[in-house]
Write a protein that binds this ligand. Structure first.
Ligand code: SAH
Ligand code: MG
Length: 215
């Protein structure tokens, strides 16, 4: 938890319903313990999409397609989302969910390791949603920068890891230490890379919002 629980409950209580298919897929994800974008992060994402109005979106980390379907609701008719997932059990569920939501034509699922798939893409994308393996963001960054258009926006999710990124390395399990130190490296890079303007927000599980400068 990054922010007071009561504050989160209050903010969430203000959210209205999404369309029924989206709500159903969200509930199925929660019931089957699939980690999807949190409610308060969803509404931030929607606002950013309405401001930026991207027509080409790249998502790293599909899971069962929830966030891709949510984003597709804010795309223009001719807009397109490319989303990458490597976990074989989730891929058919995501495909079925795209079909249920009637979004097969607007969303392309690419199967495989995010970094390998990103290397095959040409872009440019005007919005990137970074949401795959948290310890890998730092390795995805050069490809994400190459694929992002000038003025393009990148939103990275789960960057504060429930607050654990700032815990002493002795307080966290060994396997998480590497993830946290790589995440700190990633956030440092987002803040210091000359091509990026970034704001880090303690929203949901931590969000970094970056814009690629046209220099
Ligand atoms: N964006 C989704 C949630 C994604 S969860 C939503 O909010 O609805 C993160 C996903 O990234 C997991 O399904 C995991 O299997 C996938 N992932 C992790 N490492 C990956 C990699 N190296 N390449 C592709 N996908 C990866
Ligand atoms: Mg996430």
């Amino acid at each position: 938890m990054i922010v007071d629980d009561r504050m989160i409950t209050y903010i969430r209580s203000l959210e209205g319903p999404e369309n029924p298919v989206i709500e159903k897929i969200e509930q199925e994800a929660i019931d089957t313990h699939v980690p999807i974008i949190r409610k308060e992060t969803q509404s931030f994402l929607k606002v950013i999409l309405m401001m930026k109005q991207p027509s080409r979106i790249l998502e790293i980390g599909t899971a069962i397609g929830f966030s891709a379907i949510l984003m597709s609701e804010y795309l223009p008719e001719d807009g397109h989302i490319t989303t990458i997932e490597k976990y074989e059990k989730r891929i058919p569920i995501a495909r079925e969910n795209f079909r249920r939501a009637g979004k097969e034509g607007q969303i392309t699922l690419m199967e495989g390791d995010a970094l390998e798939v990103m290397r095959t893409l040409t872009g440019p994308y005007d919005f990137i949603f970074m949401d795959a393996a948290k310890g890998q963001y730092i390795h995805y960054l050069p490809e994400a920068l190459r694929l992002l258009s000038d003025g393009g926006v990148m939103m990275s999710d789960n960057v504060l890891q429930d607050g654990d990124v700032i815990e002493s390395r002795f307080a966290v399990e060994r396997r998480n230490r590497t993830i946290h130190s790589r995440m700190r490296e990633y956030l440092y890079e987002l803040k210091h890379n000359a091509k990026l303007q970034t704001s880090i927000l303690p929203l949901g599980d931590g969000v970094a919002l970056s814009v690629k400068k046209s220099i």
